[in-house]
Design a protein around this ligand. Structure first.
Ligand code: CP3
Length: 345
């Protein structure tokens, strides 16, 4: 069944007249129906761990915009949580964790009980695979080891990931152990999502852009190579999308080495470069500036057509360059969806 879905076909490099689309963070705070359920659930994490609510929240944007794919509603930080690290989401502050920044704290983490902790997520995936409309593909996801590690080490988000880059230089042996544990746990987590019905997998490396070239190879490319191999050993057919945000020209080496089926392109990357250098290697996804979805108007329409026209010769999934922001008017999402649905290559 998956095989006939436009989103999956595009990831396999099969051309189509219409461009498939979905939006990163398509479920979330810009939708009043999300805010209502979030309030009922109590906290953001309660929402993630409640299969009935998480299923409903995943389906909400599809009722308005008719996307070609739905992404499981969860968060990348449920993995460290399942490894035993404390996690809370504080309003206005984002995630807060007890930092794992030395060997002793690293040793407190464990895979024991990992899948049991994540079983509500697996149940959400199963629910969704039964409930999605026939043409809509289900995307499972996880954070990439480097990006997840930046939250684990610092205990919260940071502007330039300085604490984690420092740990990688100063206590390389412990940091390597942490990355290895994340490779193992993330691989198993994604394999289970595929077992439960995920039809494609996206791996978010949101903070890969602050690493020097050699460190990018060590902490972004190599772990991703291993994760892709681990998944393909069990699910050889499932398409895998990488998102090395901010990687710029390093995207090319990332695609060549990791052998992903698709790569998500951030807003700062030029579509002409993507067309010439990346599209011959794999499917590309992206890359509208999420702030254009806030501003709307003629600038928004022009940018949407620019992306569609520039990437129409090769496999392209329309998406944003990063997630939808809370102040986005849903009408603008509708406008973009309608343009894409009516566009023919
Ligand atoms: O619709 C979807 O895209 C699926 C759900 C999804 C969420 N987070 C829900 C969420 C996905 C795929 C993510 C990934 C995620 N989470 C990433 C990688 C992608 C990216 O945005 O770079 C990262 C770095 C995180 C970690 C995270 N989660 C942060 C830093 C924050 C706080 C910032 C913010 O936007 O509030 C979150 C919270 C979060 N994750 C929310 C949602 C809907 C907002 C929580 C709320 O309702 O208050």
């Amino acid at each position: 069944m998956s095989k006939n879905k436009l989103f999956i076909q595009t990831l396999k490099g099969i051309p189509s007249e219409r461009v498939p689309f979905w939006f990163m963070r398509q479920a979330g705070r810009y939708l009043p129906e999300y805010m209502k359920l979030r309030k009922e659930a109590g906290s953001f994490l309660d929402l993630c761990y409640n299969p009935e609510f998480a299923t409903e929240v995943t389906l909400q944007p599809l009722r308005r915009f008719n996307m070609d794919a739905a992404i499981l509603f969860s968060d990348i930080l449920v993995v460290p949580h399942a490894l035993g690290q404390d996690l809370a989401f504080k309003t206005g502050e984002g995630p807060v964790l007890t930092p794992v920044d030395n060997l002793e704290k690293f040793k407190a983490l464990s895979m024991e009980g990992f899948h049991e902790h994540l079983s509500p997520v697996y149940e959400t995936v199963s629910n969704l695979s039964k409930k999605l409309p026939d043409h809509v593909a289900l995307i499972g996801f996880a954070g990439a080891p480097w990006t997840v590690a930046t939250y684990m080490v610092n205990g919260k988000g940071s502007k330039d990931q300085a604490e984690t880059r420092l740990m990688a230089y100063q206590d390389r042996a412990t940091f390597e152990k942490l990355i290895d544990l994340l490779v193992q746990s993330t691989s198993e987590y994604l394999i289970r999502q595929a077992d439960h019905g995920a039809e494609a997998l996206q791996i978010f490396d949101s903070w890969s852009g602050t690493l020097p070239a050699d460190e990018f190879i060590k902490w972004c490319i190599e772990p991703m190579q291993k994760i892709v191999q681990n998944i393909r050993a069990v699910h050889p057919e499932i398409p895998i999308i990488g998102f090395p945000k901010g990687a710029g020209a390093k995207i090319r080496n990332y695609v060549n080495k990791t052998k992903v089926d698709g790569v998500s392109i951030d807003t700062s990357t030029s579509t002409s470069w993507v067309r010439n250098v990346i599209q011959p290697l794999c499917a590309v996804q992206g890359n509208l500036d999420p702030l254009l979805l806030v501003s709307g108007g003629a600038a928004l329409e022009k940018a949407v057509y620019h992306i569609l026209d520039h990437l129409k010769e090769g496999p392209h999934i329309f998406n944003l360059g990063h997630g939808i922001v809370p102040q986005t008017p849903p009408e603008n999402v509708k406008l973009v969806s309608d343009i894409i649905l009516n566009y023919r290559r």
